[in-house]
Design a protein around this ligand. Structure first.
Ligand code: SDX
Length: 392
């Protein structure tokens, strides 16, 4: 019924919307945040600078950045009762399961910043989410390995604080490795925001109903977890490890090309990029640098580079415009640093919280914003009368 195709319900759907935060040109492989190319931001700025840029629209001056860092740092601790909340999970719970639960519960602890109509409460909730995600992520990791939680050390940088909460133990001194701190900060920048991806759409749709920001970010975390989305970084490294050696790559390329096989090359392909994901370019370069500086040789990295070369010269991938995406090399770096694969998507969520919060603020302050209400194209039976059960 062609009328259904032209049907315009006049609703403002968050299925697609206007935004001034992030521009992507999928054909050219371009990604800009408020006009700045991702490659320049990754090489020259810091994650806190990019967070400020996404939230405020301009790169901060020195004093503005210092003030922003102090504001975020003030909120790094979490309510002590949350530690009890953690202890309700099984020790072998996936850290993403813990993140979904704990972030969703934040509105039960910070109900003094859940009134979305109060600009001050919106700002406090935004800063609390950005500041507490590293603490919660580190707590999820510590809980899963049976080590005690480590309190934030606000004398450190945002990323240095996260590394110390994750890797330090009370029994020993801990010094943040500047190589790892720089690599993690760059990885956080590369994951900060990405236009209207599935999890950001989820955050916006939840926010359009007036739900509190903590609930909206929890919804985004749940969506990000899927292996087709943020969960791909964990799946990509598991795939590279399963391949194991370059001689087994052709078997997996063949499976990826086989329409009857549900297997997909994880870390390859994208809904928007039909060219190189500019983040993958930076990620591969960073992987090279980090493995060299840390003196780590990981055969998985060789498999990744060999697989990329074979795929990029295979007519199937060329015809379908499939290139490595942000998730293809990130796992190589995270693994070299020492993160288990189960933490990879947690790190993605930690960084993407900045984008989700910035996108939520942009939406919630848009006077034209209505509740998101995408429609469905009905393909079921036309109207018919009820039939008594005895006559069926
Ligand atoms: C992220 O949206 C974002 O911005 C997301 C993200 C962000 O920052 O928020 O960039 C993060 O989620 C990156 C994507 C991570 N996911 C993966 O790496 C999982 C593996 N990739 C695939 O599942 C897939 O590429 C998707 C889900 C990412 C996209 O799938 P689509 O929408 O089917 O992609 P497409 O339309 O471009 O596919 C074209 C063809 C299809 O075959 P045909 O129907 O034409 O026969 O290529 C095939 C697809 O089946 N294809 C693949 C493939 N990806 C697509 N075949 C083999 N291996 C793959 N990885």
């Amino acid at each position: 019924d062609t009328d259904m195709f032209t049907y315009d319900p006049g609703f403002t759907s968050t299925a697609s919307c206007q935004s001034g935060l992030t521009y992507i040109d999928g054909d050219k492989g371009v990604l800009l945040h408020r006009g700045y190319p991702i490659g320049e931001l990754a090489e020259k700025s810091s994650f806190m600078e990019v967070a400020y840029l996404l939230l405020n629209g301009e790169l901060p001056k020195q004093d503005e950045l210092a003030k922003f860092n102090r504001t975020i740092t003030r909120h790094t601790m979490v309510h002590e009762q949350l530690a009890t909340f953690f202890r309700g999970f099984r020790r072998d719970a996936h850290p993403m399961a813990i993140m979904c639960g704990v972030v969703g519960a934040l509105s039960a602890f910070y109900h003094d910043s859940t009134d979305i109509n109060d600009p001050k409460q919106r700002e406090i909730a935004s800063h609390r989410l950005i500041a507490k995600m590293p603490t919660i992520a580190a707590m999820a990791y510590k809980y899963s390995i049976g080590q005690p939680f480590v309190y934030p050390d606000n004398a450190l940088s945002y990323t240095g604080n996260f590394l110390k909460m994750t890797y330090s133990v009370p029994a020993e001194d801990y010094v943040v490795d500047p190589v790892i701190e720089a690599a993690m900060d760059k990885i956080f920048i590369l994951h900060a925001d990405h236009e209207q991806n599935a999890s950001t759409s989820t955050v916006r749709l939840a926010g359009s109903s007036g739900a509190n920001p903590f609930a909206c970010i929890a919804a985004g975390i749940a969506c990000l977890w899927g292996p087709a989305h943020g969960g791909a970084n964990e799946a990509a490294l598991n795939m590279l490890r399963e391949i194991g050696t370059p001689d087994r790559i052709p078997e997996y390329i063949a499976r990826a090309k086989n329409k009857d096989d549900p297997f997909r090359l994880m870390g390859f392909g994208h809904r928007v990029y039909k060219n190189y994901d500019p983040r993958a370019t930076v990620m591969q370069k960073t992987a090279n640098e980090v493995l060299e500086k840390l003196g780590v040789t990981d055969p998985v990295f060789d498999v990744a580079r060999e697989l990329e070369q074979i795929a990029l010269n295979d007519e199937y991938f060329i015809e379908k415009k499939l290139y490595p995406n942000v998730d293809f090399y990130s796992g190589v770096i995270l693994s070299a640093i020492g993160f288990p694969t189960t933490m990879f998507t947690v790190l993605f969520a930690l960084a993407r919280t900045v984008g989700w919060v910035a996108q939520w603020n942009e939406m919630i302050t848009d006077p034209a914003q209505k509740i998101g209400r995408p429609r469905q194209l009905y393909t079921g039976p036309t109207q018919r009368d009820y039939v008594a059960i005895g006559d069926r």
